[in-house]
Design a protein around this ligand. Structure first.
Ligand code: ADP
Ligand code: MG
Length: 729
C-alpha cells in the first residue's frame, strides 16, 4: 500500500547514519592531481623532447604533432597501468548536457595465443564512435553515421577507477561540431586573438590572453529512500507536485548555517575525489533553501574549467549514492523555494597579468581597465538576447525571473565606483588625456580604494555583475554545460574587441595619436553601452518596463528565445569570429527545440500518471470514507442534528469533488494537447506548442493536487511531502 510505503521511506531516511569517509593520510596539496597525467607526470613518463613538445602544445597552442603520438600514448599507458588501469575511453560532451564514454580494454592478441596490453598513439588521438545515437540536428545524413572524437591535449587525461579517461572533441564526418568543446575552443581562440591585439596597445609584451572561468555549483541533496518514492524526481529531476512546507527558507537559517554531519561527510568525500582529479575545490557552504548547498573550486582556464565542471557534476551524482543521497542538479527541484544556478565567474588575463582588474596604479592601467570593461559590456549589450538564449533551457526557465534568480533580461551591474569611473572618462576634459608624455600625463581619475568593491556593493539580482576583477554571469543554470554560456560570451567579447581595434586603427591611420584614438572610441562606446548597465533591483516589476524601454530582450518564452541564435547579427558574429557556421547554428537549434519538447513531454506524461494513478485513487478513497461517515451520521441522528454534524464533511466532500474533476478533466486536456503538438512537423513549432498548450496545464493542475494534499488524511498521502524531502537529519 502506498501509505505504508511513504512512512516506511520516511523512517528509513530519518534513521540513516552518516557514512564514514576515508581521508587520505597525505595533505590535499600532496594528493592533488594524483589521477591526472599532468605536466609533472609528463616530465616523468615522457622522453624529454616529447615532453617539451607537449608543453608547447598546452601552453602555446602549438599543433599536436602526430609523430609523437605513439610515445605519448606509451608514457600514458605506463603511468595508467601502475594505477591498475585496464580500460580507456574517449570522454566527450555531446549536445545532451552530459558526457559520453565508450570503454575499451587495453588488451590485444599477441598472435602467439596470448594477450598483451597495448595502447597505440592512434587510439589516443582519434576514434570513430557511431554518431547516429547522439543529437546532431540533421547535420549527418543517415547513410554517414560516422563521427570522430579527437584528443584535446590542452585538457589532460585522467583515471577513474580502472579506466583511463581521454577528453576529446566530437565532430561529424563532414567536420561540423557535434559537441560543446569545438565551438568553445574556437571562441577561446577568437578572444585570445582579439584581446591580445587590444592589450598590445597598452603593453607590447602581451602575447596571449586567457579566458578564465570560476564556476560555483549549487545543488540539492535528497535522501535516497525519499527520492525513490517520488517518480517525478526520478524521471524529471524535479517535483511536479507538493504543497509548501510550513517552514522552508523564510527563517533564513539555512544559508551559511552549520552543515549536517551526513552532508559534511558527503562534501568531504566529493572534495577528496575532485582534488585527486585535479579539480581545485575550495569553497563549500549551505545555500539559501533547505537542503541546498554550493561547491566552488578556484578558477581555471575556461576549457579546463568546463571539463572540470562536467566531471564534478558526475562525481557529485555518483558519490551521493554512497552516502544514501541523490544529488539534484535541476534548476528548480522544488516550488516555492530557491532554485539552483551555476555562477560563471569570468575574466580575461594576459601572460603578463590580469585585464579586468580593479583600476590599477598607473593611468595606462586604468585606461586599459576601462577599455576591456566597456568592450565586454558592448559584447553583452549587442548580443543580450543571444546570451540569454545561451543559458536558456526548459529547466532553467523555471528559475529565471522567479524572484530568486536574475530576471530573463540580461543587464550588467557595475557598482558605484566603476559607474563613476566610466562617467568620468566620458565627461572629463580632453586635455586631461595627454597620455603621450612620460612626465605630464594626468588622467585625473578619482582615486580608487585598494578593494574596489566590497561585499556591501554586491547586487545579487544582476545576471551579469562586475565583482572586482571579474564579471559574474549568474543566470547560468545549475545543470547546464558552462560551455554554452562561455562560448557565446567569449565570442561576443572577441567581436567587440575586434571592432574596437579596427575603429582605433582607422583613427590612427588618419593621424590621431594612439591614446587619443583609444580615448575617442572608448568614449563613443561608453555612451553606446549605457542601456545594458543597470545597478538597481533586477527583481522589480519596474525594471521589466524600463528594460523594454531600453530595447533589451525581454522575451520569457524558451523556444522563441532560441531564435536569437539564428538572428542575422548572431550568425554574423559566430561566422566572422570563426566559431560556428550558420549550418551548425541551425542544427543546434533543432536540438534545443527537440530537447525542450522532450523535457516537457516527459514531465507531462509522468505528471498525468501520478495524478490519475497515485493521487485520484487515494483521494477518492478518502472521499468515500467521508461519504460513508455522513451517511452513517444520517442513519443514527435526527435530520437537523445530522445536518449539523455533517456540515464540515459535506463541504470537504464537495471541495474534493471540485479538485478531482478539475484534475481529471485537465489531465485529459493535457493528453489531447500533447497529441496535437506531437503531430507538428517543425521542431520549433512543436516546442512552441508544448510551451503554450502543455506546460501551463502542468501548473494549473498542480495547484489542485497541492490543495488536495492539505485536505486528505496525511496517512493516506502516497508521495513524500516537502517537509519530509527538505530537511536532512
Ligand atoms: P562568491 O560566492 O562570493 O561570489 P566564491 O568564493 O564562492 O565567491 O566564488 C567565486 C569564484 O570566482 C571562485 O571560483 C573564484 O576562484 C572565482 N574567481 C575569483 N577571481 C576570478 C577571476 N579573476 N576570474 C575568474 N574567476 C575568478
Ligand atoms: Mg558568487
Amino acid at each position: 500500500m502506498a501509505e505504508k510505503l511513504r512512512f516506511q521511506v520516511v523512517s528509513e531516511a530519518f534513521k540513516r547514519q552518516p557514512v564514514e569517509v576515508k581521508v587520505p593520510a597525505e595533505r590535499p596539496s600532496e594528493y592533488f592531481s594524483k589521477y591526472v597525467f599532468d605536466k609533472q607526470k609528463m616530465y616523468k613518463y615522457l622522453p624529454a623532447k616529447v615532453y617539451r613538445k607537449m608543453r608547447d602544445v598546452i601552453e602555446n597552442g602549438a599543433v599536436f604533432d602526430r609523430t609523437i603520438a605513439d610515445e605519448v600514448a606509451e608514457g600514458i599507458k605506463k603511468w595508467a597501468m601502475e594505477l591498475g588501469v585496464t580500460h580507456y575511453t574517449h570522454w566527450f560532451q555531446p549536445l545532451t548536457e552530459g558526457t559520453a564514454e565508450k570503454h575499451d580494454g587495453f588488451v590485444e592478441h599477441d598472435w602467439k595465443g596470448g594477450m598483451v596490453e597495448e595502447f597505440e598513439g592512434k587510439l589516443l588521438v582519434q576514434q570513430e564512435p557511431d554518431a547516429s545515437s547522439f543529437p546532431n540536428g540533421g547535420i549527418r545524413s543517415t547513410f554517414e553515421a560516422r563521427g570522430y572524437s579527437a584528443w584535446d591535449p590542452t585538457s589532460p587525461v585522467f583515471v577513474i577507477g580502472d579506466t583511463l579517461m581521454i577528453p576529446t572533441i566530437f565532430i561529424s564526418y563532414t567536420g561540423e561540431a557535434l559537441d560543446y568543446k569545438v565551438p568553445l575552443k574556437k571562441a577561446l581562440y577568437a578572444v585570445d586573438k582579439a584581446a591580445t591585439a587590444v592589450a598590445q596597445y597598452f603593453n607590447p609584451d602581451v602575447t596571449k590572453v586567457i579566458s578564465n572561468l570560476g564556476w560555483e555549483q549549487e545543488y540539492f541533496l535528497v535522501d535516497e529512500s525519499l527520492y525513490l518514492a517520488r517518480p517525478d524526481l526520478i524521471m524529471t529531476g524535479r517535483t511536479l507536485m507538493g504543497h509548501d512546507s510550513a517552514k522552508n527558507q523564510q527563517m533564513d537559517d539555512h544559508y551559511f548555517g552549520s552543515i549536517p554531519e551526513r552532508v559534511e561527510n558527503y562534501m568531504r568525500d566529493i572534495e577528496i575525489q575532485a582534488l585527486e582529479l585535479g579539480i581545485p575545490c575550495k569553497t563549500r557552504h549551505n545555500e539559501v533553501a533547505p537542503n541546498q548547498f554550493e561547491l566552488a573550486p578556484i578558477f581555471e582556464e575556461t576549457n579546463l574549467a568546463v571539463d572540470h565542471n562536467m566531471l564534478m557534476m558526475s562525481i557529485m551524482k555518483r558519490v551521493a549514492r554512497k552516502h544514501g543521497f541523490r544529488c539534484l542538479l535541476h534548476e528548480k527541484p522544488f516550488k516555492g523555494i530557491n532554485g539552483s544556478g551555476k555562477h560563471n565567474n569570468w575574466s580575461l588575463a594576459t601572460n603578463t597579468g590580469v585585464l579586468l582588474h580593479a583600476p590599477g596604479k598607473t593611468p595606462e592601467d586604468n585606461l586599459r581597465f576601462v577599455v576591456f570593461t566597456v568592450e565586454t559590456l558592448k559584447g553583452v549589450y549587442d548580443h543580450n538576447g543571444l546570451l540569454k538564449a545561451s543559458i536558456m533551457s526548459a529547466t532553467n526557465s523555471h528559475r529565471l525571473g522567479a524572484h530568486e534568480a536574475p530576471p530573463a533580461i540580461i543587464s550588467s551591474f557595475l557598482g558605484r565606483t566603476v559607474t563613476d569611473l566610466l562617467e568620468h572618462v566620458e565627461n572629463c576634459d580632453d586635455n586631461a588625456f595627454t597620455m603621450s608624455g612620460k612626465t605630464s600625463y594626468q588622467l585625473n581619475l578619482p582615486s580608487l580604494p585598494e578593494l574596489l568593491i566590497d561585499n556591501t556593493d554586491r547586487n545579487r539580482t544582476s545576471p551579469f555583475a562586475f565583482t572586482g576583477n571579474r564579471f559574474e554571469f549568474r543566470a547560468v543554470g545549475s545543470e547546464a554545460n558552462c560551455a554554452s554560456a562561455m562560448l557565446t560570451l567569449n565570442t561576443a567579447v572577441a567581436e567587440a574587441l575586434t571592432s574596437f581595434k579596427q575603429r582605433v586603427d582607422a583613427l590612427i591611420d588618419k593621424g590621431e595619436s594612439k591614446n587619443t584614438a583609444i580615448l575617442k572610441i572608448v568614449r563613443e562606446d561608453i555612451k553606446y553601452v549605457k542601456p545594458i548597465i543597470f545597478n538597481g533591483n533586477g527583481y522589480g516589476e519596474e525594471w521589466k518596463q524600463e528594460a523594454a524601454r531600453r530595447g533589451l530582450d525581454c522575451d520569457t518564452c524558451a523556444p522563441s528565445i532560441f531564435d536569437r541564435y539564428l538572428d542575422e547579427e548572431s550568425v554574423k558574429m559566430f561566422e566572422s569570429m570563426n566559431v560556428m557556421t550558420r549550418k551548425e547554428l541551425a542544427a543546434r537549434n533543432e536540438i534545443k527545440w527537440e530537447t525542450y519538447t522532450k523535457k516537457i513531454q516527459i514531465e507531462s506524461r509522468i505528471f498525468g500518471d501520478l495524478c490519475l494513478n497515485h493521487i485520484i485513487p487515494v483521494v477518492t478513497k478518502y472521499q468515500s470514507m467521508l461519504i460513508d461517515n455522513v451517511s452513517k451520521v444520517i442513519s443514527i441522528f435526527p435530520k437537523e442534528k445530522a445536518d449539523k454534524i455533517s456540515k464540515e464533511n459535506l463541504i470537504l466532500i464537495e471541495r474534493i469533488s471540485d479538485h478531482e474533476s478539475f484534475i481529471i478533466e485537465n489531465v485529459h486536456k493535457m493528453i489531447e494537447a500533447r497529441k496535437v503538438a506531437n503531430r507538428i512537423e517543425s521542431e520549433r513549432e512543436k516546442a512552441m506548442a508544448y510551451h503554450d498548450t502543455v506546460a501551463p496545464l502542468l501548473e494549473s493542475i498542480r495547484y489542485h493536487v497541492d490543495k488536495l494534499e492539505t485536505i486528505v488524511d496525511d496517512e493516506a498521502w502516497p508521495l513524500p511531502k516537502y517537509r519530509e524531502l527538505l530537511f536532512i537529519r
